[in-house]
Design a protein around this ligand. Structure first.
Ligand SMILES: Nc1ncnc2c1ncn2[C@@H]1O[C@H](COP(=O)(O)OP(=O)(O)OP(=O)(O)O)[C@@H](O)[C@H]1O
Ligand SMILES: [Mg+2]
Length: 527
């Protein structure tokens, strides 16, 4: 307040008055105390005028205190009221100064507030941005970790697939031989024979081994698929009888099926197996009973729910199973699709159920997603690309057993000695003429000699020198209508290494069994 003119004027006024008046004319103690009051105000830390009305009142009181002093010896100051005027003038000046100061301070405060506000806004925006970036970063890191985990999981599954597929492929040939020779022996034995039971045992074990091989091939995605446009609702409804028997009476089976469900292009037999495997697992997870729900839905761009397919551009169909069973912890969940991973005791589970599901779904261009927590049940969601064509009706296999033979001439080409002998024997037993070639070169030679009488080429796909497909093409060059039946252990043979197969009509999966070989041969000859 040192620089405030009103206060200085007041101090000046008092000094003048007290100097002009004799000491006994007034009370010096009072003057001193008023002056001290003004001085204190002048020394206020801000060095600004009194900032509140109360403070102004104090100054005014001090000034009027002076005016009330009796300067009796100075009539000129007393009678004409000039002391009072001076004091009032001082107070007015002071309050004007104060008003101006208030105005200025308000403006400064407002400006300050504005700045604080805008800075706060900037800060909070920067803060929000930062939080967003942090969240984004965490999300990216999590996604990265997830995709790394998925990648290592995928390459692990890929390696296991290769291994098991390779083994299964070789086993197929061996099993073809074991099963078929056993069946031939059984057919040749007289009905009551002590060896029958032993042979039956061999045949059953062989069939069981071939079932395991089939599951391994399914896992390694090398199973031959017979694709059809399928409505999964129908598939499920047709399977409920079997499902009820499978899961028993303590488990309630619920269906939540989307009435407008889109079609998928899958092997219906394989998908019955998928549903069965999932249902059996759910049953095992609910030993005290519970609920198993099967549901279907349209997902993807058109459907409400997002799809999990990587190529999520197109619409998909979802098949899911949900149970109220014991659930799984994260460690178990991470391994459930591995072949031979099981938490069930020895003899209780082979650990091939979900590997088969995984392989079939992958081979059908779909994805499987599992969700579970201990004690909270488990759900499996399978997303499959939606098929835009129309549904195919199952063609009833009308060929009866008696019609399985024939008298046509068949050119058989197979480099595996045992499989070749076996196929030859099966075909000859049913009346066919069989020309046998162990190499594509031999087949070409035989064809040159007997072209006119050959009705069908039955050939292996993978052979040294020349693939079965190339062989067929060469023969067809001179005889365009020649019918062909390919035999192979897995789809890779035909689809990847040996040209894409348009239809699987002319294809037969190994292991070959007499029934299937004869039926396929007859179908093709009659087509
Ligand atoms: N619905 C489920 N609830 C809880 N755990 C499950 C469920 N489905 C699978 N699992 C777990 O995953 C493991 C692997 O399942 P998978 O079907 O592959 O083999 P498995 O059932 O043990 O044997 P298999 O099916 O060959 O008889 C099971 O042992 C079980 O621990
Ligand atoms: Mg299982």
């Amino acid at each position: 307040m040192k620089g405030a003119p009103a206060l200085q004027a007041a101090q000046q006024l008092i000094r003048e008055l007290s100097a002009a008046a004799p000491a006994d004319d007034y009370d010096p103690a009072r003057v001193a105390s008023v002056l001290a009051g003004l001085e204190a105000l002048a020394q206020s830390p801000e060095g600004s005028p009194p900032s509140s009305d109360a403070a102004l009142q104090e100054v005014a009181d001090a000034l009027f205190g002076i005016a009330a002093l009796d300067f009796s010896k100075r009539p000129q100051l007393r009678g004409d009221g000039s002391v009072l005027d001076a004091v009032i003038g001082c107070v007015n000046m002071l309050s004007e100064e104060l008003a101006a100061y208030h105005l200025q301070r308000n403006a400064i405060e407002q400006e300050l507030e504005r700045r604080v506000e805008s800075r706060t806004l900037e800060l909070s925006m920067a803060n929000a941005q930062l939080r967003h970036e942090i969240a984004e970063r965490i999300r990216t890191e999590k996604a990265l970790l997830e995709s790394e985990a998925q990648l290592s999981q995928a390459s692990k599954m890929e390696a296991m697939g290769k291994l098991s597929g390779g083994i299964a492929h070789d086993f197929n040939n061996l099993l073809s031989v074991i099963i078929s020779y056993t069946v031939s022996l059984l057919e040749e034995l007289p009905t009551p024979d002590p060896m029958r039971e032993d042979l039956e045992q061999i045949r059953r074990a062989g069939m069981r081994a071939s079932e395991l091989t089939r599951q391994l091939l399914a896992f390694s995605r090398r199973q031959v698929m017979e694709l059809k446009a399928v409505n999964l609702n129908e598939l499920i409804t047709n399977t409920t009888g079997l499902l009820h028997r499978l899961i028993g009476e303590d488990i309630e089976l619920k269906l939540e099926l989307e009435p407008q469900l889109g079609l998928v292009r899958v092997d219906p037999g394989q998908f019955v197996q998928v549903i069965m495997n999932l249902a059996v697992n759910s049953r095992d997870a609910m030993p005290q009973g519970g609920t198993l729900t099967l549901c279907t839905a349209n997902v993807g761009p058109d459907g409400a729910r997002p799809s999990r397919l990587e190529s999520s551009a197109g619409p998909c169909v979802r098949l899911c199973t949900r149970d109220t069973g014991v659930g799984m912890d994260a460690a178990t969940m991470a391994r459930i699709f591995e072949p031979f991973f099981t938490t069930k005791g020895p003899g209780a589970g082979t650990g091939l159920g979900l590997s088969t599901v995984f392989g079939i779904v992958k081979q059908s261009s779909g994805t499987v997603h599992v969700q579970s927590e201990p004690g909270k049940g488990a759900s499996f969601e399978i997303d499959l690309p939606r098929y835009q064509g129309t549904a195919q009706t199952e063609d009833p296999n009308s060929l009866s057993r008696e019609r399985l033979g024939g008298t046509e001439t068949i050119l058989l080409t197979e480099d595996d000695d045992q499989v070749r002998h076996l196929a030859e024997r099966i075909l000859r037993n049913k009346g066919y003429e069989v020309l046998v070639a162990a190499r594509p070169g031999e087949a070409l030679e035989l064809f040159r000699q007997y072209a006119s009488s050959i009705s069908l080429l039955v050939t292996d796909v993978v052979m040294p020198q020349m693939s079965g497909r190339v062989l067929a093409e060469q023969l067809r060059a001179s005889c365009p209508g020649l019918k062909v039946l390919y035999m192979s252990g897995y789809t890779e043979d035909i689809s990847l290494r040996h040209g894409v197969v348009e239809s699987l009509v002319d294809f037969m999966a190994k292991p070959i069994t007499p029934d299937v070989l004869l039926r396929r041969v007859r179908e093709i000859l009659d087509s």
